[in-house]
Ligand binder design. Structure first.
Ligand code: FAD
Length: 457
């Protein structure tokens, strides 16, 4: 566009920013992107991807143990080496980062490996070397940041998920503070790797917003596996002693531990971005306020992904980035559908969920039927594992549409990805019933639940 250095300047090369930059460039726009840390963003560098690799690592101990029931004898006690895992994980992340960078370059996007902030509605300041560039359109895709409790005495001794991926050694024990999916996933990872693990959450029950049966089922499973779950209290102090960390809880209890990790939610990454200089409005949590087309109150400035605090997941950031580029540079106005989004909690056992929880459906006042099954997965019969798989359908009594599917157990995430297609198509309970079971599988239970669940009298 005449008069500007670029047609589009993207701040942040994470899930949303990279997709938007590439698609905009494919429409012929002259695009630049700035990244202050590493290309790929949270998901690739210190989020979904490295986390899932750690989840895989954490599951071998159970597999070794359970193999005996299937006739296997291991040559000796299996041992685990954290530095090997971290080095291999880092190699894979570097490979992925290289692919993201190469894809941007191949698309003709100019990359600035530095922090970018706004000087005015069309001017971007680059930190190193200090200079400014201008752009007709600006996309803010700066993601989110970890939260700590700055008022807590000794908070400087705590780590977050950022550091957890780079610990020089595995602690003997850890206290993970938080009750959201990242907290429970890391508790499960550390426990699986042999760390004595405590999960500490101020609320009554972990995983707020998830279906109650999933919350209860997972709490029981984590406890059965040996994770100590403490709810209803928080830390009041962290003290560093030569032997480790001494934690005092508001309840008065004390815990001595090797490490304490905070995973108490994330905040939109807008601090110091210069949004005030550009006149961009933010909400009470610091999130950039946008309309359905990810447009801010300043017409040529858009924002996508976690910085807008809509649904903070990678596939959503990617969709929002793509829709923005289609709308602004492809002349195809596109809104992102934020409903019926499948998600997983990669604990062991894991949760997969899509659609409405029983509680949300009931609160909306609509009459619903619940179908539930709880059973021991077939693999456990010989392995001796005690976890029960839980499956649940939330069905609209009037239309018979399946409104929600919730699964706790092995491969729940994989199962739910497929169930999400059915929900997106508006499948009814009769459609589920008419689908032939795949036998023997756990997922077949989703199409063979005939009896409505009635609450105990
Ligand atoms: P990000 O991917 O965070 O990218 C923002 C980028 O902007 C960063 O690279 C940052 O360095 C850069 N940046 C910020 N400010 C500036 C600036 N001023 N100048 C230059 N660069 C800047 N999601 C899932 O879907 N599934 C999961 O299993 C999952 N697991 C997760 C596990 C963890 C531990 C975490 C922390 C997150 C997880 N997420 C998961 C969430 C997912 O990572 C985010 O939703 C996603 O990365 C958001 O993409 P984004 O483009 O909005 O921001």
């Amino acid at each position: 566009m005449a008069g500007f250095d670029f047609d589009l300047f993207v701040i942040g090369a994470g899930s949303g920013g990279v997709r938007a930059a590439r698609i905009a460039a494919s429409y012929g726009a002259k695009v630049a992107i700035a990244e202050e840390y590493r290309i790929g963003g949270t998901c690739v560098i210190r989020g979904c991807v490295p986390k899932k690799l750690l989840v895989y690592a954490s599951r071998f101990a159970d597999e070794f143990e359970e193999s005996a029931g299937y006739g296997w004898t291991l040559p000796g006690e299996p041992t685990f080496d954290w530095p090997t895992l971290i080095a291999n994980k880092d190699r894979e992340i570097a490979r992925l980062e290289g692919i993201y960078k190469a894809n941007l370059e191949r698309s003709g996007v100019t990359i600035f490996k530095t922090r970018a902030t706004l000087d005015d509605p069309h001017t971007i300041r680059l930190a190193s070397p200090d200079r400014t560039v201008t752009a007709a359109h600006i996309l803010i895709a700066s993601g989110g940041t970890v939260n700590l409790d700055p008022a807590l005495p000794g908070i400087e001794h705590a780590i977050t998920s950022n550091e957890a991926f780079h610990l020089s050694h595995l602690p003997k024990s850890i206290v993970v503070c938080g009750g959201g999916y990242i907290a429970v996933e890391f508790a499960s990872i550390f426990h699986g790797l042999g760390v004595e693990t405590t999960l500490l959450y101020r609320g009554e029950k972990i995983l707020r917003g998830f279906d109650e049966d999933m919350r209860d089922g997972l709490t029981k499973a984590l406890t059965r596996h040996g994770i100590k779950v403490i709810t209803g209290t928080v830390l009041s102090a962290i003290e560093k002693h030569p032997a480790g960390l001494h934690l005092t809880l508001k309840s008065g209890a004390v815990i001595n531990t090797g490490q304490v990790m905070f995973a108490i939610g994330r905040s939109p990454n807008t601090a110091g971005l210069g949004l005030d200089k550009a006149g961009v409005h933010i909400g009470t949590k610091g999130q950039i306020a946008v309309n359905a087309f990810s447009q801010t109150n300043v017409a040529h400035i858009h924002a996508v992904g976690d910085v807008t605090d809509r649904i903070n997941l990678t596939p959503i950031a990617i969709r929002e980035g793509h829709a923005f580029a289609d709308t602004v540079f492809g002349k195809k106005p596109t809104e992102v559908d934020h409903t019926t989004i499948p998600t997983a909690v990669f604990t062991t056992p894991e949760i997969g969920t899509v659609g409405l929880t029983e509680e949300v459906a009931r609160a909306s006042g609509m009459p619903i039927d619940i179908y539930k099954a709880a059973f021991r997965p077939m693999k456990s019969t010989l392995s001796g594992a005690q976890d029960r798989m839980i499956m649940k359908l939330v069905v609209d009594q009037m239309s018979r549409k399946v409104l929600g599917v919730h699964v706790l157990g092995p491969d729940a995430g994989e199962i739910i990805q497929m169930a999400a297609i059915a929900l997106k198509l508006g499948a009814t309970k009769a459609d589920f019933d008419a689908t032939v079971a795949l036998h023997p599988s756990a997922a077949e239970e989703l199409v063979t639940m005939r009896e409505k669940w009635t609450p105990p009298a």
